[in-house]
Design a protein around this ligand. Structure first.
Ligand code: FES
Length: 83
């Protein structure tokens, strides 16, 4: 989420700035990268129930994805809307 905001990437609103209260940083993580991510927390899973676009198995809140070297090249797809 921070990388998207800092580089004016369209499609991620991140209204709460990453404090896990808005769900406007919803992304669909490319399936190749799903095994590399830490599991979503209970709070993230709860917030994912309220995303504006279709929730899919690969849905995550991008503010909850800490970037690591293992995620170099991470590909995410934008939902059709964030709010
Ligand atoms: S930026 Fe608000 S929940 Fe991710």
């Amino acid at each position: 989420m921070r990388g998207a905001i800092d580089h004016n990437l369209q499609g991620i609103e991140a209204e709460c700035g990453g404090c896990l209260s808005c769900a406007t940083c919803h992304v669909y993580v490319d399936e190749r990268f799903l095994p590399l991510l830490e599991p979503a927390s209970a709070d993230e899973l709860e917030l994912l129930t309220g995303v504006a676009a279709e929730r899919r198995p690969q849905s995550r809140l991008s503010c909850q994805i800490p970037m690591t070297a293992a995620l170099d090249g991470l590909t995410v797809h934008m939902p059709e809307r964030q709010s």
